[in-house]
Write a protein that binds this ligand. Sequence first.
Ligand code: ATP
Length: 235
Amino acid sequence: MNANLKVRGLVAGYHGFQVLQGIDLDALPGITVVLGPNGAGKTTLLKSLAGLLARQGEVKLDGARLPAEDATACVRHGLALVAEGRQLFPQMTVTENLELGGWLVPARVRAQRLARAFEDFPRLKERASQLAGTMSGGEQQMVAVARAMMSGPRLLMLDEPSLGLAPRMVDELLAIVRRIAAQGVTVLMVEQNVRKALQAADRGYVLERGRVVASGDAETLLHSDVIRHAYLGKT
Ligand code: ATP
């Protein structure tokens, strides 16, 4: 547990269109948030780290090189991604969705993790046999996070988990993410909800046009000019 992600000179994009222009980033134990305007490359960053895109540069988790373009190997190395839009199986129950998150682990471990997920997410236990597609947006996001935890990750990556959620659900979700981090899972999270994300996080990076333009501890970033002017609308 307490994993360290080290990224150096990360370059990635789509079909010859380079989005990330050489990213240096560290995710240390706790929560690291990645902020930035639409199109800055935040989703591309998470996808390339998760082995879903071709990339150049160095990506190491606890000193071990993570393979590019091999998402299954990345999961085996301890990395899990909750993609934007949750990607649940709407016609399957909550339990079935969660079990799919543990497809790489033996059945006995999967059963233990499922029991643990229902302890950590009591709201999901109540709805274990409900079809995932019939749940509220916030509940679906919880299923997505709980499903990612079923693989037993050391690094959990979340792409805009608060998107489309009511303010109270956002708070509940961020509290869950904090709890996960407190259990020793390193969290790397992309967020548009700048203020709440920085309040929940330990450290942050600001991405613009595929480059890191600011970084630091979350409290300092929250009061920095770059964040206040560009994202919080303050002069
Ligand atoms: P948002 O906040 O809008 O989700 P983002 O910071 O996550 O933005 P990305 O989704 O990483 O940004 O997109 C970065 C750039 O890559 C954009 O110019 C986008 O149009 C382009 N892009 C994203 N996905 C693809 C794709 N599958 N094929 C080609 N270009 C893509």
